[in-house]
Design a protein around this ligand. Structure first.
Ligand code: BES
Ligand code: ZN
Ligand code: ZN
Length: 499
């Protein structure tokens, strides 16, 4: 199957005069930008279209607002320009550039333009901003047409270049490389999550992930059912029992030439379809549960980008992969399973399967030497109720570790919001018979799920990211296609590379 199409930025940089792109994307920073030299020049090249739109109120640089026009005057080599508003909400400058570039790339895709450029102005001669522009173009230009007969995308992938008012004096090669690596990895994660469950079985998920990892030079290992059994991962096996598809545990290894003692362990939930099992889900919306492996896809994407960009310390990525299905063999409510670390777990609800497979994988990450842990999972409906689709939930301990990840998310332009992990949530998981049960009742469902995972972290720095609300979007937005979002790839990469 061919890949989705989206523009990667070429290492070519040009000037406003020398460029010949069909569409030039111009981020605009609010009304104070109106008098800037570059916009005044752009206005005269447009024959006054820009000034008129500004005076009439047609364009006021609101977030996501766009205005397109032809460039006819001197000094501008591009055929057309699209100016994109970037209102100063809570966004930083890189965040605003990232969004504006994404909006511009979506406009370009609709025009079926084959060559696009992003205008990097004054302050954009800075590696962070160049990287943000490149990422934005990659995200906005992503259009998953792999399953359509008539491909409504240009035959050739659009090419994108960076355009400066004057010749760029800085060496931006590395920023271009890193920006492309991140955009590629986010979009690879989006493709994996978009894939339907009849295509992306646990076996196929593991094979596809290994192929992506190979391209990035990562070492990988796929553990099959027998290997999982040898490790006595009773929780992963218990979830997989009801399915015809056998489970996998993917391990990805990143090792820098020199590193200190710490090792980051990234663990992603890889449920390729969550029917709920015997505690079956209602039919409405069940199709969305093909993307219950989005945490796993994010870990695969993050590992690939980390290998391409380079990180100071070792990183391992683990993805337990399975379906959660009902059948005559399936785990039943009330069954007691034993985890690889010896904890007995009463499965009171088979739909709370994510925490089960993550618990075994968290144990294995520590066996392999992880000193710091982050897990990412579409774990609870309760987190969606709390935060909507606006932010991912973060839980963890110690607080410094939660803060490191929160700061990484801010730099990456992704939102996380901390939810509590008070000891009372663990009390809700007391079982009459086993060491712990897998649900804690309706109240505080996102926190009781996190408390379950915490029981398998052995006091190591650990954080849990609940992306149930943020991994998928039903509606197209000016800056992104509907479907999987690839959320948390960027945060994990930022955390690993700037450690
Ligand atoms: N995969 C779901 C969580 C989910 C919900 C993801 C909505 C994406 C969107 C998870 O396995 C689940 O079913 N959780 C249950 C737990 C409950 C049984 C304690 C839930 O949140 O309802
Ligand atoms: Zn479930
Ligand atoms: Zn699930």
């Amino acid at each position: 199957m061919s890949n989705s199409q989206y523009p990667l930025v070429s290492p070519v940089t040009s000037t406003t005069e020398s460029t010949t792109v069909e569409l030039l994307i111009v981020p605009v920073f609010g009304s104070e930008d109106r008098e800037s030299e570059i916009l005044v020049s752009l206005d005269s090249a447009s024959g006054g279209v820009l000034a008129r739109a500004w005076t009439s109120g047609e364009f006021s640089s609101k977030r996501h607002q766009v205005l397109q026009f032809e460039l006819v005057g001197a000094g501008w080599g591009a055929k057309r320009a699209v100016i994109v508003g970037t209102e100063a909400r809570d966004g930083t400058v890189p965040d605003r550039i990232r969004l504006a570039s994404a909006v511009g790339a979506r406009v370009a895709a609709k025009l079926k333009g084959k060559t696009i450029g992003v205008l990097c102005r004054g302050e954009a001669q800075n590696s962070e901003l160049v990287k943000a522009a490149i990422e934005g173009v990659g995200y906005g230009g992503f259009n998953d047409s792999r399953y359509r007969r008539s491909q409504d995308v240009p035959e050739e992938m659009a090419s994108c270049e960076l355009v400066w008012p004057q010749a760029c004096s800085e060496d931006v090669t590395e920023s271009i490389r890193n920006g492309n690596a991140i955009a590629r990895s986010v979009n690879a994660a989006r493709e994996l999550s978009n894939d339907p469950a009849n295509v992306l079985t646990p076996t196929v998920f593991a094979e596809r992930a290994v192929a992506l990892c190979k391209e990035s030079g990562l070492k990988t290992e796929i553990l099959d059912q027998a290997a999982i059994r040898d490790l006595q991962m009773g929780l992963l096996l218990g979830v997989a029992r009801g399915s015809e598809e056998s489970p996998r545990l993917l391990v990805m290894n990143y090792e820098p030439a020199k590193s200190s003692g710490s090792m980051l362990g990234l663990v992603g939930k890889g449920v390729t379809f969550d029917s709920g099992g015997i505690s079956i889900k209602p039919a409405g919306g069940m199709e969305r549960m093909k993307s219950d492996m989005s945490g796993g896809a994010a870990v695969v994407g993050a590992m690939c980008a980390i290998a391409q960009i380079g990180a100071p310390n070792r990183v391992i990525g683990l993805v337990p992969m399975t379906e959660n299905m009902p059948s005559g063999l399936a785990t039943k409510p009330g069954d007691i399973l034993k985890s690889a670390d010896g904890t007995t777990v009463e499965v009171s609800n088979t739909d709370a399967e994510g925490r089960l497979i993550l618990a075994d994988a968290l144990w294995y990450a520590q066996q392999l030497g992880a000193t710091h842990l982050v897990d990412v999972a579409t774990l609870t409906g309760s987190c969606v109720v709390a935060l909507g689709k606006v932010a991912s939930g973060i839980f963890g301990e110690p607080q410094d570790w939660v803060q490191s990840i929160t700061r990484a998310s801010e730099r990456a332009g992704e939102r996380v919001w901390q939810l509590p992990l008070y000891p009372e949530y663990r009390d809700q998981l007391e079982s009459e018979l086993a060491d712990i049960k897998n649900i804690g009742g309706r109240e505080g469902g996102a926190s009781t799920a996190a408390a379950f995972l915490q029981a398998f972290s052995n006091g190591k720095p650990w954080a849990h990211l609940d992306i149930a609300g943020t991994a998928w979007t039903e509606t197209a937005s000016p800056d992104g296609a509907p479907g999987a979002t690839g959320v948390m790839v960027r945060t994990m990469v930022e955390l690993a590379v700037s450690d």
